[in-house]
Design a protein. Sequence first.
Length: 519
Amino acid sequence: MEAIGTILMIFVALGAGAAVGYFVHRAIQTNRLGDVEELIVSKRKEGEEKAERLVRDAELKAKELVLQSKQEIEKEADKRKEELSGFEKILFQKEEKINKKTDYLDQREQDIRASERKLEEVRQELENKKQKLQETIDEQLRVLQQVAGMSVEEAKNQLLNSLINEAKHDAAKKVKQIEDEAREIAETKAKNIIALAIQRYSGDYVTERTVSVVALPNDDMKGRIIGREGRNIRALQAATGIDCIIDDTPEAVVLSGFDPIRRETARMALERLIEDGRIHPARIEEIVKKCELELEEKIKDFGQQAAFDLGIHGLNQEIVKLLGRLRYRTSYGQNVWSHSLEVGFIAGVIAAELGLSVRQARRAGLLHDIGKAVTHEVEGSHALIGANLARKYGESPKIVQAIAAHHEEEEPTLLGVIIQAADALSGARPGARREIMESYVQRLAELENIAQGFDGVEKSFAIQAGREVRVMAQSEKISDEDATVLANDIAKKIESEMTYPGQIKVVVIRETRAVGIAS
């Protein structure tokens, strides 16, 4: 600071000297020496005063600059301190996290070491047990050889001979089965010849009970339905459980199956596919699902129609659905839905003649065979099954008792007697009924249940009038080798648990499917 002041004073003095020199030169020229001296003194004082003022101003400005610089430096220092404090806090938090992770990793390392020690102990224990087991096996082999009086090699030979004898027995059994099958085919052909005489009587019955015919626009459509290497027809049969028969019949496909609801679903789906023209496995599955939903709605509509025709109100929706299912069931060749409507009308007329409640008689008559909607799923008499369903879904005790007693499983009341009479009148009219099918349907349902009981089975369908069980296996659980074992196991269980004429073929189908989506 002092150096700056000295420099300023020197510049001021130089300026003052120059000014004095100028005025002296001027005064000399004008020959006014006295005035010059006075002027010099005056200018000197003036210059000194001005120099002092400049020095003071410079000192003040310098102090102001120093103070301003100091304040800026202090602000910058405070800002840096705040930033350093923030960095320090972040570093502290990170250090805490690192410490926690370190502690966790240390704990995990200790746990892993403890687990390794336990695994080593278990491994050692298993080795000891394995060694003891091997010693026990060796000892048992020695004892067995002593008791049997033969060596291991002799035992192997004996076992091999036993297996050979068993294989021979199985082969003989297979030969007998082939002979029986040939005999059965011959008998079937003979029966077909006899059946020609009663075609007019039995044709409609068979079609109604087990077969549906789908008309085709042309015979070329058969190839599209079958698909490449039969994949389309397999997909349809797998999705519906109905056997699709494509033969030489012109412009027609036959759908065969014991379950009329499945058969109707297959018929609707096939007609929809023919109309749409896009026939491939994915489309088949999609259409079958849609048809199943549509059929559910149609079944509900049939149930509502039956209730409306008889003027019955307040039925539980589950009862309505079961009534609709009767539209696709038959008993002695008679449609159960139509039969139930007939019994309801007849029971109402009888009740009116006797002065009883027409509404209750019609309700009991309509619901008397409701159990037949589930007889292929539930064991027991359809009358008792129907009574339990009616009780479950809120029907009155009088209606429940009339349903249970209409085949005299229980002591009938007056309403029950009316239902018995109406049921007999509906079934006794000419042409109303033919042979019973309940045992046949139950046998097919039992076949499906046996196959469904095995692990890894996704779906099972009884087809070909119970001569074949088609099993859809889960590819992730059942391998190709396991499929053969599964087929044999199902066949053995059917042999041990069921009584049936002829043979039943078990076909296990395992399919691996890959799906790609382009977007």
